[in-house]
Write a protein of this length. Structure first.
Lengths: 197, 313
């Protein structure tokens, strides 16, 4: 009888030990596996690549048909802003230009938000000028970049998309005028940041 | 009793084995997730897209500034000055682009290896005769021309010698002479015959005579037309082998305008105005570039040739 009692306690202890070993192992296994809601997956990367492709396509098309070039010159030299803006840039809406239509068709149709900026290099450093601002991008935002070369003799464009007689060189408030170099050209870096809403 | 001992020990051993199996499963799962993440990592594709985008920017940007410089240039200047200007422009473009790409930790640079130049000879004062800048009536317009892309003259009837018969040397008719390295010669006499601008051409392909009643006759010696109509054997340029020489004779007896686009550099004993007519304008036809792109994940060194077409500036 005494032996049976001893064995019972022994069994219990061994079972408890076994359970602890199992629990510790399971806990450790989950820990090193590191699967969390934030763990990137193939699906996330694929979606980002798709967004990047869409953004690249929009910029490439805008460069190819010069609509991006025209949008950069869509400037109200009197007001010192892009045409038809209250804050100097377009808020959550595209510019009323051909490139703006392209942005709308190419990005909003996919439920994408975007920021479009123009950067120029001046003697004081790099200046960023907002063209379209839709908010703060998410962690999964992607960025597409291109460059456009403007010339001193390029003319600013009126709100009705016709050329004015005001060139970049003679403009009073155009953002890229002071970036013109001695040869009369300025390289404008265009950044299009895109994210899913 | 022995059976009871075994059960407890079996329990423990089983638990330990289960633990080992779970550990192995966890390691395999981790490896799978890591491989999956690496495979889905688009950083290499992004880097390649970035450099393609940069090279496209180089292409467009350098083309833009070369075309602009060509269009702005409208005076006689030395070829060396044009080459130097081009190097300066490209260098400036490269510096501006580099400053913006440096924000991403990417180094870029574009340098010029070689500049190919062509020549445009322009006479656009319609009331001036076809003499050179010093007033010489018989002068060499150019020599050593590698090829001629455009040769168009708009000759006014007003200053032409009036003749009722064919022109001959020393009779004062305006004469245009093309000679090539093989010694082949073409002569084109232009005179006013019975109120019509008349061309008499003697070319390697034979002779031809064409006329137009217009007050100003448009002559195209590349396409062989007079006022848009084909004149047989007047496509003189194609009948000669490079290098070619062009001379004018009796240039005081012709007025109007002309433009000649020549591939490459030429020499000339005739004089040109800096701003007036005629003038000899060097234009850039192509640049050979060395391009460097160095990002945290990708490095590229390559050569690129930017060619500007005949219609570009």
């Amino acid at each position: 009888m005494a032996v049976l009692s001893d064995r019972g306690q022994g069994f219990t202890l061994e079972a408890i030990l076994a359970a602890m070993v199992l629990l510790t192992t399971i806990t450790f296994a989950f820990y090193i596996a590191g699967i969390t809601p934030n763990t990137p997956s193939t699906a996330d990367a694929s979606v980002e690549q798709q967004h990047r492709s869409i953004a690249d396509g929009v910029l490439d098309a805008g460069v190819a048909d010069d609509s991006l070039h025209a949008t950069l010159l869509y400037w109200n030299d009197t007001a010192g802003t892009f045409h038809e803006t209250n804050d100097g840039y377009y808020i959550s809406q595209p510019p009323p230009t051909a490139f703006g239509e392209r942005l709308d068709r190419g990005l909003r149709a996919y439920g994408l938000q975007y920021n479009l900026d123009a950067l120029v290099v001046t003697d004081d450093g790099i200046e960023r000028h907002r063209i379209v601002h839709s908010g703060t991008p998410t962690d999964h935002a992607v960025r597409s970049v291109t460059t456009v070369t403007l010339l001193a003799e390029d003319e600013l464009i009126f709100a009705n998309e016709t050329s004015s007689n005001t060139t970049i060189a003679t403009a009073d408030t155009f953002y890229a005028t002071k970036a013109l170099d001695e040869d009369g050209h300025v390289v404008v870096r265009i950044e299009l940041v895109v994210w899913q809403t | 009793m022995t059976r009871g001992h075994d059960r407890g020990q079996l329990l423990l051993i089983t638990a330990i084995m289960l633990a080992i199996v779970l550990l192995m499963l966890a390691v395999m799962l981790n490896v799978t997730i890591l491989a999956d993440a690496l495979a889905a990592d688009g950083s290499t594709a992004d880097a390649e897209r970035d450099i393609v985008g940069y090279l496209d920017g180089v292409d467009r940007g350098i083309t833009t500034i070369i075309v602009a410089n060509n269009e702005r240039r409208n005076s006689t200047i030395p070829y060396e000055v044009v080459v130097a200007e081009t190097r300066t422009s490209v260098h400036s473009w490269s510096d501006q682009a580099a400053a913006s790409y440096l924000r991403d930790g990417t180094y870029t640079n574009v340098t010029v290896d070689e500049v190919d130049v062509r020549t445009r000879i322009v006479h656009d004062n319609a009331s001036a005769t076809f003499t050179d800048a010093d007033g010489a009536a018989n002068w060499q317009v150019f020599a050593d021309a590698p090829g001629i892309d455009v040769f168009e003259l708009n000759i006014s009837r007003d200053d032409l010698v009036e003749r009722n018969a064919s022109c001959s040397p020393d009779e004062g008719c305006f004469e245009l002479i093309i000679q090539d390295v093989d010694g082949a010669t073409s002569r084109v006499y232009v005179a006013n015959r019975s109120g019509e601008i008349t061309l008499e051409a003697s070319t390697p392909a034979g002779t031809t005579t064409c006329s137009t009643p217009a007050a100003v006759g448009k002559i195209d010696l590349v396409n062989g037309t007079l006022d848009g109509d084909v004149c047989d054997r007047l496509d003189i340029v194609d009948q000669h082998t490079a290098p070619m020489e062009l001379r004018y004779a009796n240039a005081t007896n012709a007025s109007g305008t002309y433009v000649i686009d020549i591939e490459g550099q030429v020499t000339s004993t005739g004089a040109f105005h800096t701003e007036g007519s005629p003038r000899k304008i060097p234009l850039v036809s192509a640049v050979n570039l060395s391009v460097t792109y160095r990002s945290p994940s990708l490095e590229y060194h390559g050569a690129k040739t930017i060619t500007v077409g005949d219609g570009d500036g």
